[in-house]
Design a protein around this ligand. Structure first.
Ligand code: F6R
Length: 366
């Protein structure tokens, strides 16, 4: 049932080329330049006209929501807020006419996310869902939604569900932006092409699993980790830290790279490994200077870099190259090496990666 893999988590990491293409299937056509989200037929127009979108979610799904925030703001120029469902539901949230509340949930059963949605609905919001499990409670309570089609996720740590959520949010943001006219036809086509290429590019990263395993051997006994990224790679840094915490029980924190100076830099020394996501995008130069600051304090650095990059390569201890893509779609690729890194570190520490202590696959109590 694990398809020859040692753990469900590894199987699910390796399934991502397929789960992403299943998620995209029938929904985009780069040659004919169209995007179609059957579940949202009547709602893309409403999204395009909305003044505000609020994402509610927990854990990894909340990280996907943060990626969604960048996507909707940048492409569709819509004001977005991303809320922990547990906080949203207990603070008398402000919902105005035309606000759209979108729940993101793999299981579709997370108690806080469901309650947050019901509250938003009672206040008159349009509520939408991005769920993996078909027919789940959240899928049933929403006005409309999009399934992620990642297939069953057994490993407690979410991997393929995350990339499918980010794929769906990309589709939603691109469709909304296209409808609204906030992206050019050129950008629209380029994004569709890049999405189409994604499974192949994910596959290229998976081929580096052994390389990542070798790096993980040198960090097995670290007791802390920091993950840093900027822009769309900030939520990826948070996700990298969460994965490592959950399955290896190593204390890890994710920060926007520029926040480092405001506190976390005090932690940096030779015993503090730092993972940078330093792909060639609009914040690349800034990230490079953040890396210099860490190296100056003897931090050991692993950097996720764009293929062909040489500058960062010279500065850091280890680099993992990933293929280039459109900046807005980068998280789909940059998260993959972080999933593998956590997995191998946890296995080397002898952890039960598929069922980490104290965690349940779906949190149906608050
Ligand atoms: C992390 C993880 C959890 C879930 C969270 C939300 O790997 O699995 O943080 O992401 O419990 O679950 P769903 O998406 O089912 O609402």
């Amino acid at each position: 049932e694990k398809g020859g893999f040692d753990h469900f988590m590894l199987k699910e990491i390796f399934e991502q080329p397929k789960s992403i293409s299943d998620c995209l299937r029938g929904r985009i056509h780069p040659e004919e330049a169209w995007i179609k989200l059957g579940g949202l037929r009547d709602y893309i127009g409403k999204l395009a006209n909305s003044k505000r979108i609020v994402f509610v979610a927990c854990g990894t799904s909340w990280h996907a929501g943060l990626v969604g925030e960048y996507l909707f703001e940048e492409l569709a120029r819509i004001n977005v807020e991303v809320e922990y469902a547990s906080e949203f539901r207990y603070r008398n949230p402000i919902i105005r006419e035309g606000d759209i509340v979108i729940a993101i949930s793999q299981s579709g059963e997370t108690a806080d996310t469901l309650a947050a949605l019901e509250l938003a609905k009672s206040k008159g919001a349009i509520i939408l869902g991005v769920c993996n499990v078909v027919g789940s409670s959240i899928a049933r309570v929403t006005h409309a939604g999009v399934y992620t089609h990642a297939g069953p996720e057994i490993g407690v740590a979410s991997t393929k569900a995350f990339t499918a959520q980010v794929s769906v949010l990309s589709l939603m943001a691109i469709a909304t932006a296209h409808q609204k006219g906030t992206i050019t036809e050129d950008t629209f086509r380029r994004l569709l092409w890049e999405l189409q290429e994604m499974p192949k590019k994910v596959e290229m990263i998976l081929q580096k699993a052994d390389e990542i395993k070798d790096i993980s051997k040198l960090f097995t006994f670290a007791s802390n980790f920091i993950f840093l990224g900027r822009g769309l790679n900030f939520p990826v840094a948070l996700e990298g830290a969460l994965k490592l915490k959950e399955i290896s029980y190593i204390h890890a924190e994710g920060y926007p790279a520029a926040e480092m100076k405001h506190g976390p830099i005090a932690l940096i020394d030779e015993d503090m490994p730092v993972v940078f996501i330093a792909t060639r995008d609009s914040s690349y130069e800034k990230v490079v200077s953040n890396i210099q600051e860490v190296k100056a304090r003897k931090g050991r650095v692993i950097a996720i870099v764009s293929a062909g990059e040489t500058e960062v390569q010279k500065m850091v201890d280890f680099t993992i190259e990933i293929p280039n893509t459109h900046e807005m779609l980068q998280p789909l690729l940059s998260v993959i090496p972080l999933q593998l890194l956590s997995y191998y570190i946890a296995v080397l520490r002898g952890r039960n990666v598929d069922q980490p202590r104290n965690l349940a696959k779906s949190v149906t109590v608050e």
